[in-house]
Write a protein that binds this ligand. Structure first.
Ligand code: HXC
Length: 258
């Protein structure tokens, strides 16, 4: 049995959740994903947490779903247990922003987990890929859906159909990754990015996350209407008055999340 599956450390409103299973490749076992979902739900409910950093080991963010657990599964087991859907779907219900700090392998479910995060920062060592095809399986946690949205159809097809992985620099050029930083700085960089988010009004940050995610779910017209309604709703916030007053008075705003 693993001694610990992940660690959580909170500093200045930012919790760093570090996947740290016994295997530094962090295979995403059911137990690890359950622990991750619990940690994310705790962070979402904790008023002392304003943003999340998700990271793995120096060797791997995560090398995919636990392939060994798939060996005994038949169709009925997978369907009836809602294998993967049962726990993984909870990650995208988190309302506070999640910044991924990826070192080493982000393969299969690991790449899919990174894509469920809101911002991906990559270490120079990061490798992204969807190698499932080589195992005779289809990606199961969004690889065929989120990857084309992130990198476009052609590169997504190349990665999913051949299993070819891409480097951090390629991932940044393709739009999967926001920034590439040296390995020993990536977690700190993610904490700084999350810290910059955490200084803003939390309800505004949460509304922006919801609106950007809505852009993947709706037509442009529907998305624009959703954004306009949120924009109008913002006039009911104290923090909106405070932010605008601070600008006009040439001072820093003091947000209260109201
Ligand atoms: C279970 C895994 C694993 C995984 C590695 N291991 N990846 N176990 N699930 N995804 C285990 C190996 O079996 C081995 O166990 C130990 O970790 C070390 O692995 P090595 O291969 O010896 O390490 P290395 O040579 O450094 O190679 C690293 C690697 C390689 C390139 C990342 O391990 C690899 O290709 N892993 C599989 C990557 C993959 O196919 N991912 C997609 C999985 S499917 P033992 O006991 O032999 O020491 C997927 C579907 C998603 O993610 C569906 C929805 C979530």
């Amino acid at each position: 049995m693993p001694t610990s599956l992940l660690t959580e450390e909170t500093e200045n409103g930012v919790v760093v959740i570090r996947l740290s299973s016994d295997n530094p490749l962090n295979p995403l076992t059911d137990e690890l994903v359950d622990a991750l979902v619990s940690a994310l739900e705790r962070a979402d409910a904790d008023p002392g947490v304003r943003a999340v950093v998700l990271t793995g080991s120096a060797k791997a963010f995560a090398a995919g779903a636990d392939v060994k657990a798939m060996v005994p599964l038949g169709y009925c087991d997978a369907f009836q247990q809602d294998y993967i859907g049962r726990n993984w779907d909870a990650v995208r219900k988190v309302r506070k922003p999640i910044v991924a700090a990826v070192r080493g392998y982000a393969l299969g479910g690991g790449c899919e987990l990174a894509m469920m995060c809101d911002i991906v920062l990559a270490a120079e060592s990061a490798v992204f890929g969807q190698p499932e095809v080589a195992l005779g399986i289809v990606p199961g946690a969004g690889g065929t859906q989120r990857l084309p949205r992130a990198v476009g159809k052609s590169l997504a097809m190349l990665m999913c159909l051949t299993g070819k992985s891409i480097t951090a620099a390629e991932a940044q050029r393709a739009g999967l990754v926001a920034e590439v930083v040296p390995d020993d700085e990536v977690v700190r960089a993610a904490q700084q990015t999350a810290g910059a988010i955490a200084r803003h009004s939390l309800p505004v940050v949460m509304a922006i996350k919801e609106a950007v995610n809505r852009s993947f779910e709706s037509s442009l017209n529907e998305g624009l209407l959703f954004e306009r309604r949120l924009f109008h709703a913002g006039f009911a916030l104290h923090d909106q008055k405070e932010g605008i007053a601070a600008f006009t008075e040439r001072r820093s705003p003091s947000f209260t999340d109201r």
